[in-house]
Each structure stands twice: as structure tokens, then as C-alpha cells.
Design a binder for this molecule. Structure first.
Ligand SMILES: Nc1ncnc2c1ncn2[C@@H]1O[C@H](COP(=O)(O)OP(=O)(O)O)[C@@H](O)[C@H]1O
Ligand SMILES: [Mg+2]
Length: 406
């Protein structure tokens, strides 16, 4: 009875999500979240079929493994079989199931044991599937749970049919940085406190990835590890395929100096240097910088170049700090709550500059924020919860900074 109520409530919540939406992508990822929670499961994904390549790609997934870059051939693996045949499947023991080829949810951070996979079946054809993985209590999925998933999938498929979802199958991305099973502990009292509890995440070249999560969940710690400003306790960090888990001092200095640009909530400008001097000071440390004048122009501060920080607004100072980050021509920019201290209008100014850098300089930007509205700009949105990756969503249609409202 309790279960029936729970399922009825979930169905109701899913209908609410899907019926009353401006943003279908959010409704789909929200529905997946409801299903994964209601079925007390470790992971879940919504896959879409790319008719051009006849392969499936996950647009949203929940759980500790990063499967963003994985594609599955239609007809192969559970996802492929379900999409090809349009028939649901329950897997009781993935390890011994010949249909499960082990390519998905079976490397980083998660081993598939049990699974439900149901087709996204609209009036005309099968457009993909919904997959739910591993009951947290180790029990098997039952028929009622399968029905709930089928219900959700048919609602989703109808909504997609009605409202239209243009899925942009992005090409396979090159990996810039990769975290595998990263654990971070800090000393605490007599023992240690585990702040990152096994992070698996890939960061791709020239993508804008936004990291969301409540205060204290480990966002900054994760970012600092990627930026070589802190060290992992266990697990691995790869930079362009090279193991960078335990770099030497020399490697680390080079990396921080040339490879990464940092932007923080506080601007950390030198008060006794003008805007352009703050930027030039950093340019002089690297071998192949942008011209400081160009960096200042890029952030729209040509006419403020000779102002001291005290003569500039918060937004202008933050733009100087962005100029200081980009003048190095870094491959990666890490921005930790860059707009947290700014009002709305000024935040948008700063976000426009960041958008421009990703689009026109080919830079990768990883930005931490607690403002979910900002996530609409991102190529991918990574949610962190309690030291783990909770979900990853690809935005099919990222919006421009000036379209954001809060
Ligand atoms: N240097 C440190 N020493 C001890 N604990 C730390 C240190 N840095 C962060 N923490 C703890 O780790 C947790 C996550 O911190 P942080 O990564 O800054 O979270 P977020 O950026 O998501 O708000 C917090 O509980 C914080 O107190
Ligand atoms: Mg933080």
C-alpha cells in the first residue's frame, strides 16, 4: 500500500513536470530524477537515438559515473536492444546477462547489477530509452516498478512528440581533464573528514561546464584539485591523458602558470596597480600571452585601462580579473562563484564575457555557482551532492547570458 501511494505520487509529479513546462529538457531530467529516487536506485539515464549514426547518446544521467561521452550502437547492449525492439527489459543479474555488453555504467564508479530499461515510444517510432540502474538496497526490480518506468516513458514520449525536442547530437568530445574515483580527505579532529567521496568526471575541450551544488558539498575542493591548487587523497587526475595525480613542483608551477586561468568570487586585484598593469603583471609571467591591451579590450574595459581597482565597480573589477585569467591564453579557465558578489546586471556583464571566451577563444570553462539559472548557459550541467556527482545534463540549447533572469 505504501508503495502504491509512492508510485501514484511519483506518477503525479512526473505528469506535473511534463505537462506544465517551458523547458522540456528540464522536465525530462526532472522526471528521471523522480523515478530514480522513487525506485531508490543508484543511477539512471535517458538515451536518444541519433538516426544519422544509428547510435544512442545519453542526454541526462544520474549517478556517480560520467557517461556523457559514451554512445551505444542501436541494437547492441540493453539500451540498443530496447530501442531497436521497442520492448522493455528487466535485468536481474547484469554480470551474467549476455544482452548486457558492459559498456555503460560499468567502469567508473558504478557496476551495473540490476536494471530496468524501457523504450521512449511515441506514436511513430522509438526515439530512445529510459534506463534505471541498481536498487540501493540490493533487491531486484519488480513488475510494478517496471510499470512506473513505462508510464513515465510513455508520458515523456508523448510530450516530446507534442512539444518537439530538437536533439543536437554533439560530436564525441576530446577530453581535457578527467577525474577518476577522486577522494579528498581533510584532517578533522583526531581523524579525517572525507569531502570528495569518489568523483568521476570528464571535462571536455572547449566546453562550458557549470557545477551546481549546495554550499559545502565539495565544489571548490573538486575545482581546486583540477586546478592544481590542492591534491587528491586517492584516485586519479588526468590532464590531456597524462597522469597528473601527483605532479612534481616544477610540473605544478608550469601547469598553474600557463595552462589554467583562475577567477574567484573576490577579485584579488593589486590595489596599487591599474587595470592594465594588473593584467600586464600576469602576462609577463608566461611565454605566449595575449597582448594585455587585447585582454582588457576583450572584457570591454578599454576606457578604464588606467583606472585603479578603487576607481572601478565590482563588475568592472571582476572583468579585470577575467582579463588577467585570459591574458595567459590558458586552455582551461576555472571560475569559482565569479558572480556571487555581484548584482544581477553586473553578473550578466561578467557572464557575457565568459560566454565570449568559450565561443571565440576555444577555451574550456568550468564554473562553480549556486545559481541554477546560470546553468542554462552551460553545455553541460554537473550537480554535486555530498561529495559525489549526483547528475549530469547536456543542454541541447544553451541560452545566451543576456537571456538569463533571476
Ligand atoms: N582546507 C580544508 N580543511 C578542512 N576542511 C575543508 C578544507 N576545505 C574545505 N573543507 C571542507 O570541505 C567541505 C567542502 O568544502 P568546499 O569544497 O569549499 O564546498 P563548496 O565549494 O561546495 O561550498 C566543507 O565541509 C569544508 O568545510
Ligand atoms: Mg565553494
Amino acid at each position: 500500500m505504501a508503495e502504491e501511494k509512492r508510485f501514484a505520487k511519483a506518477t503525479w509529479q512526473i505528469m506535473e513536470q511534463l505537462l506544465d513546462v517551458e523547458n522540456l529538457e528540464d522536465a525530462l531530467s526532472g522526471s528521471l530524477e523522480i523515478i530514480v529516487n522513487t525506485l531508490n536506485s543508484e543511477a539512471g539515464a535517458i538515451w536518444f537515438l541519433d538516426e544519422k549514426t544509428d547510435r544512442l547518446s545519453p542526454l541526462f544521467h544520474i549517478g556517480p559515473a560520467d557517461i556523457s561521452n559514451i554512445t551505444v550502437e542501436n541494437g547492441l547492449g540493453l539500451e540498443g536492444i530496447v530501442t531497436k525492439t521497442g520492448k522493455s527489459v528487466i535485468v536481474e543479474d547484469a554480470a551474467n546477462d549476455p544482452r548486457f555488453d558492459g559498456t555503460v555504467f560499468d567502469d567508473n564508479g558504478l557496476t551495473t547489477k540490476t536494471m530496468i530499461c524501457v523504450p521512449l515510444n511515441n506514436l511513430h517510432n522509438v526515439i530512445g530509452c529510459v534506463q534505471i540502474v541498481n536498487k540501493k538496497d540490493g533487491t531486484l526490480y519488480d513488475k510494478d516498478e517496471l510499470s512506473l518506468c513505462e508510464h513515465m516513458a510513455s508520458l515523456a514520449a508523448i510530450t516530446i512528440d507534442e512539444k518537439g525536442l530538437i536533439v543536437d547530437f554533439k560530436e564525441k568530445k576530446e577530453v581535457l581533464a578527467e577525474l577518476t574515483d577522486v577522494i579528498k580527505e581533510f584532517p578533522s579532529g583526531d581523524g579525517v573528514s572525507r569531502v570528495l567521496k569518489g568523483i568521476n568526471l570528464e571535462i571536455y575541450k572547449n566546453e562550458f561546464v557549470v557545477v551546481l551544488g549546495e554550499s559545502g558539498c565539495g565544489k571548490s575542493t573538486m575545482m581546486n584539485i583540477v586546478g592544481g591548487m590542492d591534491f587528491l587523497t586517492d584516485g586519479k587526475l588526468f590532464i590531456e591523458g597524462r597522469d597528473f595525480s601527483h605532479p612534481s613542483d616544477k610540473e605544478l608551477t608550469e601547469y598553474r602558470r600557463k595552462y589554467v586561468g583562475f577567477i574567484f568570487q573576490s577579485y584579488n586585484l593589486m590595489p596599487n596597480l591599474t587595470a592594465i598593469e594588473n593584467v600586464r603583471f600576469i602576462a609577463e609571467l608566461v611565454s605566449d600571452p595575449m597582448k594585455p591591451e587585447d585582454a582588457i579590450a576583450k572584457v570591454g574595459l578599454k576606457d578604464k585601462a588606467n583606472n585603479y581597482p578603487s576607481q572601478m565597480s565590482g563588475g568592472q573589477q571582476q572583468r579585470v580579473s577575467i582579463a588577467r585569467a585570459i591574458v595567459k591564453n590558458p586552455k582551461l579557465i576555472l571560475a569559482d562563484e565569479p558572480t556571487a558578489a555581484l548584482d544581477y546586471a553586473t553578473s550578466i556583464e561578467v557572464l557575457k564575457v565568459i560566454e565570449d571566451i568559450v565561443k571565440n577563444n576555444g577555451t574550456t570553462v568550468m564554473m562553480v555557482t549556486h545559481n541554477p539559472e546560470i546553468a542554462r548557459m552551460a553545455d553541460r550541467v554537473v550537480k554535486v551532492r555530498n561529495g559525489k556527482i549526483a547528475s549530469i545534463k547536456k543542454n541541447m540549447h544553451p541560452v545566451h547570458a543576456e537571456e538569463l533572469v533571476w
